[in-house]
Design a protein around this ligand. Structure first.
Ligand code: FAD
Ligand code: SF4
Length: 348
């Protein structure tokens, strides 16, 4: 009998990889640093997911339950891997609690870190209570408390959503598009309009990237059915006149300065590399790419390969990713990891 497969990280990618391996009769050890499984959608309290419209607690919570209940999967939460040695088929790992375990191969599913909006101080987060992030609005909706201004609990009458906060911003070293935040923001805008029909919602954008079928389902639907307004603009700063938040910038279509009052401003925050990545790279002996995501090798020969044979990667650990794609990559990396049993990885 071969050794178990080690999955590091219990978000959508890790849950999918663990289940895929267990479903073909393999034993799996899943190591998750937080106390519960589910990754960002559960740990950050996302509401209804795009594009399915399912509640995160049902969809990803269901995946976590299926993994927890699977007798082939040994779930170890509240722990990290501190040492990892050996060769494909015969790895050994040491955990933060001192335990050791053997592994045939490892799949790194360690995900991302939400951009911290205090790194964009001119847009008011951390200075004004009613400047919030998309994750905070998701939590307001998923907790059932509803969308309210944190400063005094009133329902906002005017909400601005600023896109690309912590993405596509070379000044702060974040050159990537976070892929999902346009669609998530359109969805949040519709949810606000549904909950508060008198509230006007404006989305300020550089470009809209509701890619693929989301263009129709979110971009057009939010305008035509929910009357969400989209303004192409360059935002300079968010200030306050003591009563309202003031969004200042330039409407880049008509090339005119804008100064507009709002009750609430929402930052559509991006996906940073996991803050643990330097540590993970050093523990597992894998390379990072230039922005600090885990580097994947050849995309076509074997999905999810890293620079070290027998160590694979899936999901947002490699860069901004959607849940669907993270799940697919988790399953793909599981197939690649199985090749270690045939000696394929060791031989290449
Ligand atoms: C505001 C916002 C809303 C979003 N909404 C959607 C949506 O509606 N639909 C959609 O498709 N996508 C959405 N996304 C993207 C979605 O969050 C990601 O696609 C998804 O979380 C990626 O899954 P993952 O498993 O790769 O990573 P994660 O979800 O980040 O999971 C990684 C797991 O690894 C664990 N971990 C990290 N480091 C270690 C370590 N050193 N050791 C052990 N464990 C570790 C973490 O605790 C976590 O449990 C959204 C993103 C944002 C920012
Ligand atoms: S998905 Fe949209 S909001 Fe997110 S970084 Fe890309 S363009 Fe900006």
């Amino acid at each position: 009998m071969n050794k178990p497969f080690l999955i590091v990280g219990g978000g959508p990618a890790g849950l999918a990889a663990a289940k895929a391996l267990a479903n073909v009769g393999q034993d799996v050890t899943l190591v998750e640093k937080e106390e519960s499984l589910g990754g960002a959608p559960i740990l950050s309290g996302y509401a209804k997911l795009v594009p399915t419209g399912e509640w995160a607690s049902d969809a990803i919570g269901g995946m976590a339950d299926a993994v927890t209940e699977d007798a082939r999967i040994n779930v170890l939460t509240g722990r990290t891997v501190t040492e990892f040695d050996g060769t494909p088929g015969a790895f050994s790992a040491k955990l933060s609690d001192g335990a050791t375990l053997d592994a045939t191969a490892a799949i790194l599913c360690t995900g991302f870190t939400h951009f911290d909006s205090v790194n964009k101080p001119e847009w008011g987060f951390g200075t004004y209570e009613d400047v919030v992030t998309t994750t905070q609005v998701e939590q307001m909706i998923s907790s059932g408390q509803g969308v309210k201004c944190p400063s005094d609990g009133r329902q906002p009458k005017r909400v601005a959503i600023l896109l690309c906060v912590g993405s596509r911003d070379r000044q702060i070293g974040r050159e990537w598009c976070s892929k999902i935040c346009c669609t998530v923001s359109s969805n949040i805008a519709m949810e606000i309009r549904e909950e508060l029909p008198d509230c006007h919602v404006y989305i300020y954008y550089m470009d809209i990237r509701t890619y693929g079928l989301n263009e129709d389902l979110y971009y057009w639907k939010s305008q035509e059915e929910y009357k969400v307004k989209y303004i192409k603009a360059r935002i300079a700063e968010v200030t306050s006149d003591g009563e309202k938040l003031i969004v200042k910038g330039e409407d880049t279509l008509v090339k005119r300065p804008i100064t507009i009052p709002f009750d609430m401003v929402v930052h559509a925050i991006g996906m940073d590399p996991n803050v643990d990545n330097m540590m993970i790279a050093s523990t597992f002996g894998v390379q990072l790419q230039k922005h600090g995501h885990i580097d994947k090798q050849d995309s076509y020969g074997g999905i999810g390969r890293t620079s070290r044979a027998g160590v694979f990667v899936a999901g947002a650990a490699m860069g901004p990713e959607t849940i669907d794609d993270s799940i697919a990559q988790g399953q793909g990396a599981a197939i690649s990891a199985l090749s270690v049993l045939q000696g394929v990885e060791a031989a290449e």
